[in-house]
Write a protein that binds this ligand. Sequence first.
Ligand code: SF4
Ligand code: SF4
Length: 609
Amino acid sequence: MTMVVHSDGPAREFLSGNEAVARGAWEMGVEFAAAYPGTPSTEILETLARLPGVYAEWSTNEKVAIEAALGASMTGRRAITSMKHVGLNVASDTLMTMGLVGVKAGLVIAVSDDVGFSSSQNEQDSRFWGRFVHLPVLEPADAAEAYAMTRDAIVLSERHEVPVLLRLTTRVSHVKRTVTTGARAQPDPRRHAYEKDAKRWIMTPDHVGRRLELRAQRDAALAEAAAQSDWNVITPGSDRRLGFIVSGPACHAVREAFPGAPTLKLGFSYPLPVAKAKEFASLCEEILIVEEVEPIVETELRAAGLKVNGKNALPLQGEISVPVLQRAVGKLQANEAVQRTAPMANVFPRPPTLCAGCPYMGVYFWLGQLKEAIICGDIGCYTLGCGEPWNAIDTTISMGASLSVAHGMAKALEADSKAKPMLAVIGDSTFLHTGMPALANLAYQGTNVTVLLLDNRSTAMTGGQNNPGNGRRLDGSPAPRVNFAKLVEALGVRRERIRVVDPYELPTFFKVLREEMKAPEPSVILTTRPCVLTEDFERRQPLKVDDDKCNGCARCLDVGCPAITVRRRERQVRSTGKVVDLAWVRIERAMCTGCDVCAQACARGAIAP
Ligand code: SF4
Ligand code: SF4
């Protein structure tokens, strides 16, 4: 994605929510930004990294990022950390204690929930963290609010010495609109100082009690701030039969579908302004709470004694669009006309697939044929190995889980004489994120798992960000490069069981795979080809199919390369009575990277330069 963000203001700019968060943070004098890439939040850091006066880094995981931002705040530098919803789970150990120690200079945690789970292993509602950690939650509805709320979040954070949770969703993060931006307020050097304060920054048990008391005082002050906030707005409306209490981007669906309805729009949604909600409820005959994803506001208002509707009418998952809302209101009012007003659009399904020449294709070409093995997958482009034509993966749970799940399965099945060989597949960035402790444990426990560590020198799934495995920092400057073979050995895998192979060499890769699967101990196969979208990748001459040699056997389709397309299909009945489906193919030369994997898969020698 190409983004242009002007570094001086004021101006009218067309920004996504992620760009707007970055812009708002920058204008407030934020000097430090750390993140781990993850859809839908990635562009926040990428935008900040292009603005002057900000130190920005891709950290190795979200816990590292949030701790780095806390450290910067302790020294008086305003800071931001950004992540997707599951990233905040990784950061949560530190987050919980941050709720106690608080911050010095303003610190914003921008977390983007993948509502609708377009690119995640689950759907979560990060507003719960506000309740759990005692942090204020701001919920922008679009890019303009994301910009303004980020600015306010810094002020709120400093006033109450608390990190502020800016809860975005996929729609807010990615949809663009015009935003009126301003100039950067230069960082105030009077803030810049680290003060030793053991009772605050050292969270030993004898200091916790005092911080809990202070947190309770802060809760009360934040509740008052939310009650007075201009971000929580009542619009009286003209049709009082049904009023909406709404937060996040769903407010646009409410405005579009029911323009005359009263609304209480919650922007500063935690602590929940209960008195204002009661005042609003007194204006309406009936109330519908419209929130993505969980019934959080609904539950709290019910507990406060209000009679409200919510997830009894609305779905517990996905975005709340105009048709979804209309159906819910129609159901609530038993009004079929309202339910029928907006049919859902049908979009042709486009399942994701690997890129032409992706180094994972050769790996999955073989793994897809290992019907006698259990293969635990992980989070990255290689998750796509679960789909056609490979169907190679048995599990995908969370970042780094491939190794530990495989370890647990292998240990549990150890005494089973019919146990299948156990494999785990993980990429370089995910390995550095949370895979290393799992491999150390696996090696320590001596578990018989064959680990495929696919080093493509990139955090590829989120757009090809640099990481410690490719020797480049976020700004492209050279950095020490992790030596994965040495790292794996240092974690406890015997040197003899660490095999470095080229995934483009199909026969060699298969031979090594069989050997390591037979080895009765932990082993690691390290693949070395870079992602085709990185600067390290070298494109070769494209290949083509010799139609005279091709017999339509379709084996090359098992490679799964999108550059190979079928030009003709035919079902034939052999003399034995066997029915075979044949497919004659061609190669889209503009897409072909010349990796040669399909040529090695073709027994007829029909594919060549
Ligand atoms: S594997 Fe070779 S012979 Fe079979 S369809 Fe592909 S190009 Fe044709
Ligand atoms: S050589 Fe074959 S597998 Fe490789 S990119 Fe070209 S068509 Fe795809």
